[in-house]
Design a protein around this ligand. Structure first.
Ligand code: UD1
Length: 422
């Protein structure tokens, strides 16, 4: 991310959180919904769009291919007419979710060029399952060090069995299958709510999809789709971030729009820590009225505790009573933010994909650096439970996933402000 996006979040001790905020649309849903628009000509309108950097990057990606986009608060309109199916490297490299364009381009235009650093694998986050799944429908790929070219004269439904319930692979295969001839079954599909949201938009567009949200998705191909209007589901990761902040400071908050039914497992987990989260007519109501307990947790595909929650759940455990073991099962060794938590006085040891966290009463303010979206949020959450001032330097990561994290926390009473960084 460019250095002009550098922000310093300055956090001082504050009162317990109280009041209410509204959770915006989900980052991990809206980006895929935007990619899906290339499947049909016309003007698509997406509502409840979060004001985050990644939406801007996806707009740029679509525009670079010939789409027209128009943003106003909470809304993005996308006009699809003639599309040039080439996704430029400089945009793809900024945002992995750009790979969601692959399936729609192949389905609609029979060709997709994706500027992604290639070779035998794709760095630490490979897309081999995306490619194998699309090959099962008749696509072929030429993978070069500077990018890949996919072609498909004709896509035909097929049987796809995923070795792991990959979110991105499930979405790409589903988006390719909607215009393929015949029926596609995706076995061991990912079950995340964002996949059901994508299927719901595709169904409105005219696609034949059943089973989205379960491990077996069946797609019956149709000849064409049409442009639609769709409202993005709320961002469960954002909602969980505020629950974690509450856990650290104590207090009582209402997260308007948050969907408890998308967050059962994480609500159960924070419940074991001693925070009460209950479904409310308007969202999720949460109360933290005592010091948190240590708990062990492992990240798993949905409906398990998501890997995206882990950094800020770890921040809660840093000030919990007792010792916790946190296990990462999705992205091996993703504990880079731990070094920064240690600078705040956390007692954490990592070993492979495990972290052992011995809770302390209070953390201590320090200067730390955020290396990705959720790590940034985790450091801000941890700083809310620290004595003295903390400065979190963030190179644009937090704004990739949160419309206004500092502003929302201030609304809840936290003592946080941001200023341009150097
Ligand atoms: C999505 C989310 C991300 C979340 C992740 C898991 C978006 C934009 N991002 O990422 O926030 O952390 O789901 O819930 O929605 N894998 C392969 N080969 C593949 C594909 C994946 O080996 O072809 C591996 C990955 O390296 C990882 C695991 O499978 O270890 C899960 O990845 P996946 O579910 O695909 O995550 P993303 O869709 O990239």
């Amino acid at each position: 991310m460019a250095s002009d996006n550098t922000t310093e979040f300055v956090i001082e001790p504050g009162p317990p959180l109280s009041g209410e905020i509204t959770i915006s649309g989900a980052k991990n849903s809206v980006l895929k919904l935007m990619a899906a628009t290339v499947l049909a000509e016309g003007t698509h309108t997406i509502y409840n769009v979060p004001d985050i950097f990644d939406v801007g990057i996806m707009c740029q990606l679509l525009e670079s291919m010939g789409a027209k986009t128009n943003r106003r608060p909470g809304v993005v309109e996308i006009l699809i007419d003639k599309i040039h199916p080439v996704a430029p490297f400089e945009l793809v490299e900024q945002m992995r979710a750009s790979t969601a364009i692959l399936g729609p381009l192949l389905a609609r235009y029979g060709r997709a060029e994706l500027g992604i650093p290639g070779g035998d694998d794709f760095g630490s986050r490979p897309i081999d399952m995306h490619l194998t799944g699309l090959e099962a429908l008749g696509a072929s790929f030429d993978v070069q060090p500077e990018g890949l070219v996919g072609t498909a004269d004709h896509l035909t439904g097929g049987e796809v069995v995923l070795g792991f319930p990959s979110v991105g692979a499930t979405e790409n295969i589903m988006m390719a299958a909607v215009l393929a001839d015949g029926v596609t079954n995706i076995e061991n599909a990912a079950r995340e709510p964002e996949i059901a949201d994508l299927a719901s938009m595709l169904t409105k567009m005219g696609a034949g999809i059943t089973g989205a949200g379960t491990s077996r998705i069946t797609v019956t191909g149709v000849d064409s789709l049409e442009a639609v209007t769709h409202r993005v589901i709320p961002d469960r990761i954002q909602a969980a971030t505020f629950m974690a902040a509450l856990g650290v400071t104590g207090g009582q908050i209402l997260l308007r729009e948050a969907r408890y039914d998308h967050m059962d497992m994480v609500c159960q987990k924070v419940g074991e820590m001693g925070l009460r989260a209950s479904p409310d007519r308007d969202g999720i109501w949460a109360l933290a009225d005592r010091r948190l307990n240590a708990v062990d947790l492992s990240t798993l595909p949905y409906p398990g505790v998501a890997t995206d929650y882990k950094p800020f759940l770890a921040s809660m455990l840093c000030v919990a009573d007792g010792t916790s073991i946190v296990t990462e099962n999705l992205f091996a060794g993703r504990f880079r933010y731990v070094d920064e938590l240690v600078k705040l006085g956390a007692e954490v040891r990592t070993d492979g994909n495990h972290a052992v966290i011995k809770g302390v009463e209070r953390l201590t303010g320090a200067e730390v650096v955020s290396h990705d979206i959720r790590a940034g949020a985790a450091l801000i959450v941890a700083a809310l439970g620290a004595d003295g001032q903390t400065i979190v330097t963030d190179h644009g990561h937090v704004r990739r996933g949160y419309p206004d994290l500092a502003g929302d926390l201030r609304t809840l009473g936290a003592n946080i402000h941001e200023r341009p960084g150097t």
